[in-house]
Ligand binder design. Structure first.
Ligand SMILES: Nc1nc2c(ncn2[C@@H]2O[C@H](COP(=O)(O)OP(=O)(O)OP(=O)(O)O)[C@@H](O)[C@H]2O)c(=O)[nH]1
Length: 392
């Protein structure tokens, strides 16, 4: 009795209700795709109730409507995932396939009753949707996010795809025969069980995705300076420590540059704080656009920033920061009443294996002080440099 088709449907309806409650609790977070997933659960619950009424209500409801609704619910899940991953959604061909499937079900229900072909047609549609969801989750590139929710979605969806494909082939090839959908034969119970119980797993998967998106937003708020896009001081130091640790075995040389915008107070005074903010944001985007993936860039506070980066040797490191200085000085930032430019001064020194980053930053800060006192808009190193290499 526990494994009868009706009890499997009942369990699925209950878990669908619970999934709706959990997904509904996340609505305030406005996660892309969430409303699609909630409506998919609601539609599938109605579909399962209709399936369960087979033999007690007209076939138009319990076969045609139920299958159409469930297929539409699955498309909602797929399109919700597309929204979530920022992909193209609503493909008309899929709705055309859904309509064709409903038409085929009507034909093999009323004109030539054949439950095996009906099951094969429905399974083919569901197999496609599951594989499409699995493919989306597999291809999703989520750097620096935990892989688990995405792998979970991939595995569940591919299992669903394989299960439905196997069911479709089994019935299309005439390997099993049955008279009604809810017969308690072992093969039918097994296929219905796999097919229907994967739906709650899919719901758990989308809840995991929604939670990960919320965690990502919170981490971003904590780790990234909203105005400039640079890492927050805390995150910069954390990533810097990790980079320093990783460099030990790799014999990689690392350098720290403390970068301070020149005469920033006068920009605020002349054009207002809001324009000063625009200049800071502009500065952040120019710097970020000129760094490599290996470099980290953080805002230490106010108009003071830091870059921690690998280089072959000191002159190369100083030259790199100097190229950055030239790019910033050459760029223009449009504010309400003017087009502004800014320059920066930087102090630079090399990381010594095992030392705390605070010591390195103190030496780079000393060099920055020297750059400021020599007239600003220049890069100064903490080590003696040839006048040639030192910029001005
Ligand atoms: N608009 C804006 N101003 C800021 C922000 N943070 C700090 N400041 C301002 O940055 C200015 C820094 O001024 P100072 O420390 O005197 O430095 P400076 O004018 O850049 O001069 P030097 O560093 O000596 O070249 C202060 O006026 C701060 O109010 C911010 O987020 N937005």
């Amino acid at each position: 009795m526990l494994f009868s088709p009706i009890s499997i449907l009942a369990v699925t309806v209950l878990s669908g209700l619970m999934s709706m409650a959990v997904l509904g609790s996340l609505r305030a977070a406005a996660i892309p795709g969430l409303t699609y997933w909630i409506s998919a659960n609601a539609l599938s619950i109605v579909a399962f109730v209709l399936f369960a009424m087979q033999g007690h209500a007209p076939r138009g409801l319990t076969i045609l409507c139920a299958n159409g609704l469930l297929a539409f619910a699955m498309l909602r899940v797929l399109n919700g995932c597309r929204l979530f991953f920022g992909r193209r959604r609503e493909q008309w061909q899929e709705y055309a396939a859904l309509a064709a499937m409903v038409f085929a079900i009507a034909y093999w229900t009323y004109v030539t009753p054949r439950i095996d072909i009906r099951i094969a047609a429905v399974s083919a549609f569901h197999a496609y949707v599951y594989f499409a969801i699995g493919w989306l989750a597999l291809r999703a590139s989520m750097p620096q996010r935990p892989k688990y929710p995405y792998r979970f979605m991939t595995v569940v969806s591919f299992l669903g795809g394989v299960g439905h494909a196997a069911r479709g082939f089994t019935y299309a090839l005439g390997l099993v025969h049955q008279q009604t959908l809810l017969e308690s034969t072992p093969v039918n119970v097994a296929f219905l069980g796999i097919g229907i119980l994967l739906l709650p797993c899919l719901s758990i998967g989308v809840v995991m995705l929604a939670h990960d998106r919320m965690a990502e937003r919170l981490e971003r708020l904590a780790n990234v300076d909203e105005l400039t896009g640079a890492l927050s001081r805390r995150e910069f130091l954390a990533q810097g420590q990790a980079m320093a640790k990783a460099s030990r075995g790799a014999a990689k040389r690392l350098f720290m540059a403390i970068v301070d915008i020149d005469h920033f107070k006068s920009i605020n005074d002349a054009h207002g704080h809001a324009s000063g903010d625009l200049v800071l944001a502009h500065f952040g985007s120019v710097v970020a656009g000129n760094l490599r993936a290996s470099d980290i860039f953080g805002r230490l506070g106010g108009e003071e920033f830091a870059v921690f980066f690998p280089a072959e040797e000191g002159n190369e490191a100083a030259a790199m920061i100097d190229r950055l200085r030239i790019c910033v000085a050459a760029s223009r930032c449009r504010v309400a009443d003017a087009e502004l430019s800014c320059t920066f001064s930087a102090g630079i020194d090399e990381y010594r294996a095992g030392e705390p980053l605070a010591e390195l930053m103190a030496r780079a800060d000393q060099a920055l002080y020297a750059a400021k006192s020599r007239g600003r808009n220049r890069v100064a190193a903490a080590w003696p440099m040839d006048r040639e290499a030192e910029s001005a």
